[in-house]
Design a protein around this ligand. Structure first.
Ligand code: CP
Ligand code: NVA
Length: 315
C-alpha cells in the first residue's frame, strides 16, 4: 500500500496506512526477537543523507537495512557535493540512478520536498525543522505496547517547545484518534499550518487536539507525557535564553502529580536532564524511553520495507 511512495509527513498517510505501519513494525519486531530472517530488501541500497547530527536515526536505519538483507550508505553533507552547493534537484536525479531509496535529515522541510520532487525512488524524512515522522510513528508503537491498542481512550500531553516533534505528534494523534494537549510558551507554539491540517485530519478519527500555555492544564489526567529538548539542532545560539523561557515547562515530579498515576513519560532523545526533564523523572521512565529508542529500528524497517520492496505480496 506504500510501495514506491515517499514517507515525508504523517499528514500524507491515510488512517489505514498509519495503522498498517505500526502493525507491521510490531510484526518485524517479533520476527527479529525470534531470530527469524525477514530479508525483504535483499540486494537493495538505501542512501542516508545527513545535514545534521544523529545517533539513533543513523544507526537504526543502517542496522535496519542490514537486517532486511540490504545495505545502507552514510552520506554526510561534509563529503557530498551537496555541501559545496550542488543543487538538490541534481543530487536527487543522480542518486536515483544508483540507489533504491533515500533517507534524509536536514534543516528546511522544503529541501526534503525538493528531493522528493526530483527523485524517482522513495524518500524518507529522517527529521526536518518542521517534522520528525519516523520518531512519532515509533512513539505510537511504543504507546501501544505500554498502554494498549485503543489510542482513542488515551490522553497525551506534550510539554515544552513547539518544535518538529510537537508538529508530528499533532499529525500522529490526529490519525489514531488520540487526545493531545500541547503546552508551550505563547511564542513557541507548534506550526499553525500543521495545527490546522491536524484539526482537519482529526475530524475523521475524532481526535481532540488542543494548545494551552499552562503545563498543569495540559498534563491533567494524562496517560502519556512527552517532552523534547528546548533548543533543537540549529538553535544552539538560543540555548541560554530558551532555558529561562522554558523553565516553567520542565517535566518534573511536581508536574506529574497532575497526571494519571500510571502515566508514562516519553522522550525521543537526546535528553538534557535538569532542563526539559529531571534526572529523577527520566530514570523512573527509562524502560519506556529506551523501548522508544529501540522501536526506531522496528518502525523504520517497516517503513523501508513497505516503501522499497518490489512486491508487497510478502508485506
Ligand atoms: N531521536 C532522534 O532522532 O535521535 P538522533 O538525533 O540521535 O537520530
Ligand atoms: N527537536 C529535536 C529532535 C531531535 C531528535 C531537534 O530537532 O533537534
Amino acid at each position: 500500500m506504500l510501495q514506491g511512495k515517499d514517507l515525508l509527513s504523517i499528514h500524507d498517510l491515510t488512517v489505514d496506512q498509519v495503522e498498517h505501519i505500526i502493525d507491521f513494525a510490531a510484526q518485524l519486531k517479533t520476527l527479529q526477537k525470534a531470530g527469524i530472517p525477514h530479508r525483504l530488501l535483499e540486494g537493495k541500497t538505501l542512501g542516508m543523507i545527513f545535514e545534521k547530527s544523529s545517533t539513533r536515526t543513523r544507526v537504526s536505519f543502517e542496522v535496519g537495512m542490514y537486517q532486511l538483507g540490504g545495505s545502507a550508505l552514510f552520506l554526510s553533507n561534509r563529503d557530498l557535493q551537496l555541501g559545496r552547493g550542488e543543487p538538490i534537484k541534481d543530487t536527487a536525479r543522480v542518486l536515483s540512478r544508483y540507489l533504491d531509496g533515500i533517507m534524509i535529515r536536514t534543516f528546511g522541510h522544503d529541501r526534503v520536498l525538493e528531493l522528493a520532487k526530483y527523485a524517482d525512488i522513495p524518500i524518507i524524512n529522517g527529521l526536518t525543522d518542521l517534522l520528525h515522522p519516523c520518531q512519532v510513528l515509533t512513539d505510537l508503537l511504543t504507546i501501544r505496547e505500554h498502554k494498549g491498542k485503543d489510542f482513542k481512550g488515551l490522553k497525551m500531553a506534550y510539554v515544552g517547545d513547539g518544535n518538529n516533534m510537537t508538529n508530528s505528534y499533532l499529525y500522529g494523534a490526529a490519525k489514531v484518534g488520540m487526545t493531545l494537549a500541547v503546552a508551550t510558551p505563547e511564542n513557541y507554539k507548534p506550526d499553525q499550518e500543521v495545527f490546522n491540517n491536524a484539526l482537519e485530519d482529526a475530524k475523521e478519527t475524532g481526535a481532540s487536539l488542543s494548545w494551552t500555555a499552562d503545563p498543569v492544564e495540559a498534563v491533567k489526567d494524562a496517560d502519556i507525557i512527552a517532552t523534547d529538548t528546548w533548543a533543537s539542532m540549529g538553535q544552539e545560539a538560543e540555548h541560554d535564553e530558551r532555558k529561562k523561557i522554558f523553565a516553567p515547562y520542565q517535566v518534573n515530579s511536581e508536574l506529574l502529580k497532575h497526571a494519571d498515576k500510571r502515566a508514562i513519560v516519553m522522550h525521543c532523545l537526546p535528553a538534557y536532564r535538569g532542563e526539559e526533564v529531571t534526572e529523577e523523572v527520566f530514570e523512573a521512565n527509562a524502560n519506556v524511553i529506551f523501548d522508544e529508542a529501540e522501536n526506531r529500528l522496528h518502525t523504520q524497517k517497516a517503513i523501508m520495507a513497505l516503501t522499497m520492496a518490489d512486491s508487497d505480496s510478502l508485506l
